[in-house]
Design a protein around this ligand. Structure first.
Ligand code: FE2
Length: 278
């Protein structure tokens, strides 16, 4: 996959239904949208209409959460068929999923769960990505998640694990800088060491948002404005990487839309200051 040839989208917003009218009133402030794919699979007619309306006004990046790329038993073909139809309908410049598992032994775990950092897990993910490609032949990028526990038996670091997957599967990376900051804080690792182990040229898109503190642990709740440490990390990454898009993914405790627009503007300025876009 030739990532450098992907189009530059700029600064985008994870679409959430509650701010739909504000979004259309502030259309010029949002370069593109990311949608959660699962919101439009098996969805009622009004959701399909919503998607058509969004797609008529914004470039759309589908972001899947339930593909479960780390499932050793393979992928749910029924789900994959529906996801493939959605991605084809939208015909995006790229689409994304997480490096994690959400299904095990036919049970839906309900959240993005970390994989052990082993060769075996790398092979499972790469095999599943190869299967995904048989259904969806479009540029694919994969995201780093947050995790509360590190699984035992690691044969490599988290960054080496991500690097090995994207190199072997020939994917782009969706680097969630908030997830990186959150993991670095909670697990006490050094962000520069992490970045040094990644093939930075594979980073296509970033995610950012703020979380909250609970009993000394930073929770990835997508519920707060973006903290200064994440802005600094975004600046550091964008300085080194020709990112094509940066997406704010606020889910909870939604503020006034003007606050979201302000954060998009700040991310846009970071991209501009490193000549990632005009
Ligand atoms: Fe994310």
């Amino acid at each position: 996959m030739i990532l450098s040839q992907l189009p530059t989208l700029g600064t985008g917003l994870g679409f959430r239904q509650p701010f739909k009218s504000d979004l259309f009133l502030n259309r010029q402030q949002v370069d593109f949208l990311e949608i959660v794919a699962e919101h439009y699979l098996d969805s009622p007619w009004h959701k399909q209409q919503e998607l058509e309306l969004l797609a008529a006004h914004f470039p759309i990046i589908p972001h899947a959460i339930n593909l479960s790329l780390g499932s050793a038993e393979g992928l749910d073909v029924d789900y994959l068929r529906k996801l493939a139809a959605l991605v084809k309908q939208l015909n995006p410049p790229w689409w994304s999923e997480h490096i994690c598992f959400t299904q095990a032994g036919g049970v839906d775990i309900g959240h993005l769960s970390p994989l052990p950092y082993t060769q075996e897990a790398v092979e499972v993910v790469c095999r599943n990505i190869a299967e995904v490609r048989r259904w969806i032949d479009m540029p694919f990028i994969v995201e780093n998640i947050t995790y509360m526990v590190t699984l035992p038996g690691a044969e490599m670091t988290e960054a080496q694990f991500l690097a090995e997957i994207v190199e072997r599967a020939d994917c782009g990376l969706l680097l969630d800088v908030t997830n990186l900051h959150t993991n670095a804080v909670n697990h006490g690792y050094n962000i520069d060491d992490f970045l040094n182990q990644l093939p930075l040229e594979r980073i296509v898109q970033l995610h950012f948002v703020g979380g909250h503190w609970h009993d000394g642990v930073l929770i990835d709740s997508h519920s707060q404005s973006t903290p200064v440490e994440v802005w600094q990390l975004m600046d550091k990454v964008v300085a080194q990487v020709p990112v094509k898009g940066i997406v704010l993914e606020r889910d909870e405790n939604l503020p006034l839309f003007s606050e979201l627009v302000g954060e998009l503007q700040q991310a846009r300025e970071i991209g501009r200051s490193h000549q990632r876009w005009g």
